[in-house]
Design a protein. Structure first.
Ligand code: E4P
Length: 221
């Protein structure tokens, strides 16, 4: 399974890319708002992210409400850099926009996917990436992992005539990362904080402390 970083923070992207584990970046309007960026800076900001990870897919979301608006946004966003993927929250308008953008060779990441039918429709319309959410099910005390398993089974069992990758999204814990991998996700998009947590384990910390302790006992030559 590949790792995308789920953030619009340039510092986080720079650092995680330096670890050599990042295969792409996903952003959304909430993540961009968190950076404190202004609307007028949005496209420049996406360009800066693309420069930090050349050749790796960077999802930039359209907030248009009509299919025409999404297509227009999609074309503009895709012109920022070759590695921009247009992110669209699923709706009938977004399906129509995806159909058009895919025919123009523009990759779409269809987001806010919570059911198998939504995932199948997104892929059928031409989405290159389908993003089922896990954590937001937890928020309403439902099982996001079960949905993820079902989406993976349904999507991987069908030939859509183009490549479709499943991005496990709304991943908030190392446990979600495990579940996404076991469910068969191609990618998990993980916030920086959760990615850092995934590197750690209390037994790793304890083992390291012991190694350091014992190393001090080794006689110096
Ligand atoms: C990614 O594409 C989504 O926008 C993101 O994973 C949502 O995560 P959240 O539910 O933690 O906001």
């Amino acid at each position: 399974m590949k790792f995308f970083l789920d953030t619009a923070d340039l510092g986080e992207i720079r650092e995680a890319v330096s670890w050599g584990v990042i295969d792409g970046v996903t952003t959304n309007p909430s993540l961009f708002a968190k950076t404190g960026g202004k609307l007028a800076d949005f496209e420049r900001h996406i360009g800066a992210i693309c420069e930090l990870c050349p050749g790796l897919p960077v999802s930039a979301e359209s907030c248009a409400e009509t299919a025409e608006g999404m297509v227009e946004d999609g074309r503009r966003l895709a012109a920022i850099a070759d590695n921009v993927v247009v992110k669209l929250p699923i709706s009938t308008e977004a399906l129509a926009a995806t159909h058009t953008l895919a025919q123009e060779g523009i990759a779409v990441n269809m987001t806010l996917i919570f059911t198998v039918p939504q995932a199948l429709l997104a892929a059928r319309a031409g989405a290159r990436y389908v993003s089922p959410f896990v954590g937001r099910f937890d928020d309403i005390a439902e099982d996001g992992v079960e949905q993820l398993v079902q989406v993976c089974e349904a999507i991987h069992g069908f030939d859509f005539g183009h490549e479709v990758e499943i991005i496990g999204a709304s991943i908030r814990t190392p446990h979600h990362v495990t579940e996404a991998a076991l469910a068969g996700c191609d990618i998990a998009t993980v916030p920086f904080k959760a990615l850092k947590k995934a590197v750690r384990h209390p037994l790793t910390d304890r083992g390291l402390a012991l190694f350091m302790e014992d190393w001090k006992k080794v006689e110096q030559a």
